[in-house]
Design a protein around this ligand. Structure first.
Ligand SMILES: [Fe+2]
Ligand SMILES: [Fe+2]
Length: 302
């Protein structure tokens, strides 16, 4: 992002305030994971998660869902932490607490649609990363979950402009970032980068958020950026997008998305079209099941 846009946008976002702060439980988990494992205080993490009863209940439900479940039933937060390990617990807590946290914030973005797309991108990107033996596997899910966090920034802080963006993007069936740039002068990738800095997210994560729409603009795109970009397009193609179908184009077709991964991930090459199409549909349906767990009727009325 150019420096002028960055400075102006940072100032505007700071002046407007209104954005939720990173929940304490997430900050604790991120801090714990950035420390050496011998220093991690598991009891403190368990206490933090258990403190918020609805968060703890959500976490337990997800810990027992097909996607996270390891073996046997998880009946307490402590079981969940011990069975899944800290990285997966961090993913799970982010998956539960971010939708809850934004549920009380006024935004013109359909929240359930938004989080279904985010969860979908997380699950598909991680599934592909596992299949290909990608680097930094533990970061991929979270990067997918947060890749569009700038959409919420724009929806919360730039209400009228962003309403126009959503309407025009739907009407033209065009990518959001294209319309954002023409109406607002910046995209959710850029405002997402700024929120990730305000939240002190790790640098690698902020890079994925900034470059997920166009990884080729990143000087050396990471495995995670490429996977999140592909998963984002797959979700938009297979019904987990923003409630409208993108204008069909070669660039957004499944064969093109898959081919774009082959130079970086040689394990993608032997897949036939039927095989990768089956894998992608399977991952999207796993993501839909996970989203159903997050968006129970109780959550929808919060
Ligand atoms: Fe995006
Ligand atoms: Fe997206």
């Amino acid at each position: 992002m150019n420096l002028v846009t960055y400075d102006i946008l940072t100032q505007r976002i700071k002046q407007l305030g209104n954005l939720p702060a990173m929940p304490a439980v997430l900050a604790t988990l991120c801090d714990a994971l950035s420390q050496k494992s011998s220093k991690i205080d598991l009891d403190q993490i368990i206490r933090h998660i258990s403190y918020d009863k609805s968060l703890a209940a959500q976490c337990l439900r997800l810990a027992n869902s097909a996607l996270f479940r390891q073996r046997g039933d998880v009946v307490s937060v402590k079981d969940a932490v011990l069975a899944l390990g800290l990285w997966r617990i961090r993913d799970l807590v982010f998956s539960c607490s971010l939708p809850m946290m934004f549920s009380n914030v006024n935004t013109n973005v359909g929240k359930e649609v938004f989080w279904r797309h985010a969860l979908g991108t997380a699950v598909v990107a991680q599934g592909l990363g596992e299949e290909f033996g990608a680097k930094s596997l533990e970061d991929i899910y979270l990067a997918g979950l947060l890749h569009d966090i700038g959409v919420l920034v724009n929806g919360v802080l730039f209400v009228e402009d962003f309403r126009d963006v959503l309407e025009e993007a739907q009407r033209k069936r065009a990518p959001l970032e294209e319309i954002e740039k023409s109406i607002m002068g910046f995209s959710h990738a850029e405002s997402g980068r700024i929120l990730s800095e305000l939240w002190r997210l790790p640098e690698e994560l902020a890079d994925v958020i900034e470059h997920h729409c166009d990884p080729q603009k990143q000087p050396a795109p990471s495995d995670t950026t490429l996977l999140v970009h592909a998963a984002d397009l797959v979700c938009q193609k297979l019904g987990l997008g923003y409630g409208y179908e993108l204008q069909s184009s070669e660039a957004a077709s499944l064969p093109h998305i898959w081919e774009s991964l082959c130079p970086r991930f040689p394990a993608a090459r032997p897949f036939t079209e039927a095989a990768y199409s089956g894998l992608l549909h399977h991952l999207v349906s796993a993501a839909e099941n996970l989203a159903d767990q997050v968006f129970t009727p109780a959550m929808a009325t919060r």
